[in-house]
Design a protein around this ligand. Structure first.
Ligand code: MRU
Length: 381
């Protein structure tokens, strides 16, 4: 997507030194746009764990490039395979919920170790696979946009001329959460670009405020009309007919259509069900965990540091020319806090899944209709 007139992805290889991964440091947005160099696996792991990059597809894309760096580093170790596998484990252990991370690392391991060639050849394969993972993620998100656009067009057709379609989204499943385009935002960008009047309700998404900080920045950069709301507002808006559809992303989707997404998504799905508002989840198939069905029981939910709840950061309003963010405490000093980062929305609350191959029902049958190559696993179980 464009930033200040220049085209960016969220992760790429440096033009100056093709052995270095570069990312947009998302912790700094929306106040500063900063590129960070990741020259080592250690740096890549830190960037994922500490959320310099975040969002399922972006984490997967970064891990793909991280495995290329891992292959470069492993080339200096006495045992290439052992070193590569150790670095792969280091990357996989950074964040537990988004399945794209393990998917990308496993794909790299299979490609690199499946190569009949010397270490030079294996490094080349690692680089090609990293580029392929990134290109595929961008292309799949672009196609999600095309399929989701049809849903928005159908709603727009029921509106008076000029009346906007109101979409509610949670967290950031935008281009920052992927390599490009985004999942939940791809249909929104496509509709906006097609000239359909559209307005987005942006959940702020405490505790880390990915909605208020990242989605608002993204949508504003693309000229999409939007309004940030506190996380508890969505139900009220739905009761008053102010939301036409909800589109969220997902960090892991089971083969039966349960979706794990940023904490608070489940409550939005309940409110949508109660108010007859369509609730769609947009995802590339790299986010599907084909090995599991019951999301509530089987998806590990990341618990993060309590300070993300007890503290908050932002720009001091009155400081002149001061671009440094300040962190303040929100709670009494000794208050304890819990920080569950994701929740699971059962498939029964999901109207449909928007994937790169089209829109399907959130059920095993619906998903396998679009992805029949995964049927066999189901029959074997
Ligand atoms: O903790 P994060 O920011 O990595 O969480 C991921 C998300 O941004 C959301 O859950 C998103 O809706 C899905 S990621 C494509």
């Amino acid at each position: 997507m464009m930033v200040n007139g220049q085209r960016y992805r969220t992760v790429w290889l440096s033009e100056e030194d093709g052995r270095v991964v570069q990312i947009i440091d998302q912790r700094k947005l929306p106040f500063e746009f900063e590129i960070e160099d990741l020259p080592t696996v250690e740096a890549v792991a830190t960037a994922i764990r500490d959320m310099h990059v975040r969002g399922a597809g972006c984490i997967g894309g970064t891990a793909g490039y991280g495995m290329y760096v891992a292959a470069l580093e492993a080339a200096n170790a006495p045992d290439f395979k052992e070193a590569l596998e150790t670095k792969a484990k280091q990357l996989v252990e950074t964040r537990p919920t988004a399945v794209n991370l393990k998917w990308a690392v496993d794909r790299q391991l299979a490609a690199i170790l499946g190569t009949d060639g010397d270490v030079e050849e294996q490094i080349l394969v690692a680089k090609e696979t990293a580029l392929a993972i990134a290109d595929e993620d961008a292309d799949w998100c672009r196609r999600i946009g095309e399929h989701g656009l049809k849903l928005i067009e159908a709603i727009a057709a029921t509106k008076a001329p000029g009346e906007p379609v109101n979409v509610l989204t949670h967290c950031n499943a935008g281009w920052l959460a992927f390599v490009d385009f985004g999942s939940a935002t791809a249909p929104i960008y496509a509709a906006h670009d097609a000239g359909i009047p559209i307005h987005v309700w942006v959940d702020e998404t405490r505790p880390r405020n990915q909605g208020a900080r990242l989605t608002a920045w993204e949508l504003g950069g693309h000229g999409v009309l939007h309004t940030v709301i506190a996380d508890n507002v969505g139900g009220h808006l739905m009761q008053h007919g102010m939301v036409d559809l909800v589109i969220t992303g997902t960090d892991r989707t089971t083969r039966a259509g349960d979706v794990a997404n940023k904490i608070g998504t489940y409550l939005k799905a309940l409110a949508a069900k109660d108010n007859g508002v369509p609730f769609y989840v947009a995802l590339p198939s790299s986010t599907i965990d084909w090995a599991i069905r019951d999301g509530v029981k089987e998806i590990p939910i990341e618990q993060r540091d309590a300070t993300e709840v007890t503290e908050i950061s932002g720009l001091p309003i009155e400081a002149e020319g001061n671009v440094n963010e300040t962190t303040i405490r929100l709670t009494p000093e000794d208050t304890s806090a819990a920080n569950f980062a994701f929740d699971v929305t059962p498939s029964r609350l999901v109207t449909g899944l928007i994937t790169e191959r089209g829109v399907c029902e959130a059920s095993e049958e619906g998903i396998l209709d679009l992805f029949p190559e995964h049927k066999e696993v189901a029959e074997m179980e």
